[in-house]
Write a protein that binds this ligand. Structure first.
Ligand code: ADP
Ligand code: MG
Length: 142
């Protein structure tokens, strides 16, 4: 399945994430792709809100993984931007998350592509300068 959504503000991207979070099933893994500043973290914050997480969600850039237990399902937020080698993922025990009962989001997932489960949902966020500063095209592939 391939679906394209367009948003015109951070709030719209957040709201789209909220819907994903509300519908997410145990074991969902989402790969978030797109350049720096496109809105991967904004979308992640929406998903967290949709899962019922109220504590602030920030990018776990220096820890690779941040876990939130307070929502409807455990939520694992990875940002692998600074990962040097996919083997660093072993150290954070990614298998429990990728093949567990929670919801996993991986920002910069292409850097650890080989480790992602086969049924990973791919979400790509892109800008289009011709459509304005706050325009985003969000492509969901599952
Ligand atoms: P990333 O995690 O991809 O590096 P962030 O989510 O941290 O990006 O930042 C995205 C930035 O883009 C934020 O400053 C946000 O306010 C801005 N922005 C502008 N328009 C949008 C939009 N339509 N959707 C998401 N973010 C947007
Ligand atoms: Mg980010």
């Amino acid at each position: 399945m391939r679906k394209v959504i367009e948003t015109a503000s951070p709030a719209e991207t957040f709201a789209f994430g909220e819907n994903l979070g509300r519908d997410a099933k145990p074991g969902t893994v989402i790969a978030l792709l797109g350049d720096l500043g496109v809105g991967k973290t904004v979308l992640t914050q929406g998903i967290a809100a949709g899962l019922g997480i109220t504590e602030p969600v920030v990018s776990p850039t220096f820890t690779i993984l941040q876990v939130y237990e307070e929502g409807r399902l455990p939520f694992y937020h990875y940002d692998v931007y600074r990962i040097g080698d996919p083997e660093e993922m072993e150290e954070v025990g990614y298998e429990d998350c990728f093949y567990g009962e929670g919801v996993c989001i991986v920002e910069w997932a292409d850097l650890i592509g080989e480790l992602l489960p086969e049924d990973t949902i791919r979400i790509t966020i892109e800008k289009d300068p011709e459509r304005g500063f706050d325009y985003r095209r969000i492509t969901v592939e599952s």
